[in-house]
Design a protein around this ligand. Structure first.
Ligand code: EPZ
Length: 420
């Protein structure tokens, strides 16, 4: 297993290009199942999760290829509509294929994802939504077995805002008979992006980006050619790294409109964030001020940035309270940040961070994607050497993170397991 070895304390300087959004690319790839012919997704980041999705689609008979940042996907008239446990367990986003398979191929067999490092993460809301549209669903030996001769429109009011549930139902509804209304829909930019892509395919979706999405079903869809939006969480992570190291970094291609809650919090901490022609420029004062942060569905502060801002709070003046409202177990990074000298106490969903003057390097263990990102942020700011182990978690969602950081002047190196 690879490790990242970071010699911290260097203020990051320069420009970093933000890649395409992982969480927009994965549903886009699933959407290719909805139409015959070759679809192209552009601006695709080079990530393990993208390769997993390609393998999953190939397993279903989709002809797939990755060339540079373009993924080509051709889903023929017949498919093997099955998502096996071996793939779904490594990537929950595999579950996105359920809605499109059901809509186009009338049946699907998709493994239940199971729990994961950040919480139970059930899929009940996805299933309730599809059942409301007429799907018959059985749970058999760890698999969701779903059938529907023809999905029909329905009004679906989610009890809780769910990004994946909204995306699954949204994709299924494009080919359903009649009108589907999703109430309490997720308004994340990735949902809006998916709706834009579906409309390009000939779907009729209105209201994406708000809490109420209306989809009028159509008879068929056409393949698409679509470049995805920049990754707001990758941008936020580099923003946090710039702030933690008191650097001066331009996030090239970052979209401020998708980062407002994040930028607001970092500005409250004293960071200077300015829109520039190529993206966003981030600078930070010598000492940050503590703030309280509570995660919330978009447009609130994203749970996917909670760990990274916590690393910054560990270096701020004063006490900050972090409240995680989306996932029940998303504090695995806390114990690792404590190993770097952070003073953090967790009580249920609230973490109290008492900021200190400095962190000190140590060996730490990555436990999930964003937890790992927070350890990299902390390691870049810490005195001495930090070794982040189990880097494969980071590779799921960050494209060439060490190369991008090297470009900003960080002293970071990937050590391959066989080099030990
Ligand atoms: C998406 O996951 C993202 N993943 C996550 O990013 C992100 O953290 C999350 O949305 C919240 O923003 C992708 O887009 C691929 P949810 P998703 O359904 O869709 C509960 C990252 O690091 N829930 O919005 O799985 C659930 O347990 C990842 O890039 C149900 O109870 O999240 C959670 O508490 C991690 N039943 C809450 O809703 C359901 O059927 C929100 O989950 C579905 C969800």
């Amino acid at each position: 297993m690879d490790r990242l070895v970071i010699r911290g304390g260097v203020p990051l300087q320069g420009e970093v290009r933000i890649s395409g959004s992982k969480n927009a690319v994965l549903p886009a790839m699933a959407a290719a199942l909805l139409a015959p012919g070759e679809s192209r997704v552009r601006n695709v980041p080079n990530l393990m999760d993208v390769r997993t999705m390609v393998r999953l689609l190939e397993h279903m008979g989709v002809v797939a290829s990755i060339e540079g940042d373009v993924v080509r996907l051709d889903a023929g008239p017949a498919a093997n509509p099955e998502a096996p446990y071996e793939l779904v367990k490594t990537m929950r986003a595999s579950f996105f294929v359920l809605g499109p398979l059901l809509a186009r191929y009338k049946r699907a067999r998709v493994s239940l994802p199971g729990g994961c490092a950040i919480g139970a993460r059930p899929v009940n809301l996805h299933l309730v939504g599809l059942q409301a549209m007429g799907a018959e669903i059985d749970l058999m030996q760890g698999y969701v077995e779903a059938r529907a001769d023809k999905l029909h429109g329905a009004t679906i009011a989610f009890d809780q805002v769910t990004v994946g549930g909204t995306e699954n139902v949204l994709m299924a509804a494009t080919l359903a008979a009649g009108t589907t209304v999703i109430e309490n829909a997720a308004a994340e930019p990735e949902v809006e992006e998916l709706a834009r892509l579906l409309n390009r395919m000939g779907a009729r979706v209105r209201g994406a980006g708000t809490r109420r999405i209306v989809i009028e079903g159509v008879g068929e869809l056409s393949p698409f050619d679509h470049a995805v939006i920049p990754d707001r969480i990758e941008a936020g992570t580099f923003l946090a790294a710039a702030v933690a190291t008191r650097g001066d970094v331009v996030l090239v291609g970052a979209a401020l409109e998708h980062l407002e809650a994040v930028v607001r919090k970092f500005r409250e901490m004293g960071a200077i964030v300015d829109p520039v022609a190529s993206g966003l420029r981030v600078r930070a004062p010598q000492r940050l001020e503590a703030v309280d942060v509570s995660t919330a569905p978009y447009p609130g502060f994203p749970t996917d940035m909670q760990a990274q801002i916590m690393a910054c709070l560990a270096l701020a003046r004063g006490r900050g309270l972090v409240t995680e409202t989306i996932f029940e177990n998303r504090y695995m990074h806390v114990f690792e940040l404590v190993r770097l000298g952070a003073d953090i106490a967790v009580d249920g969903r609230v973490a109290m961070v008492r900021g200190g003057e400095a962190l000190d390097g140590a060996p730490v263990m990555a436990t999930d994607l964003r937890a790992s990102a927070s350890l990299v942020v902390a390691g870049l700011a810490a005195r001495g050497t930090t070794e982040v182990r189990r880097v494969y978690h980071i590779d799921r969602g960050y494209e060439r993170i060490e190369n991008k950081l090297l470009g900003l002047g960080a002293r970071i190196e990937r050590v391959h397991a066989d080099g030990e």
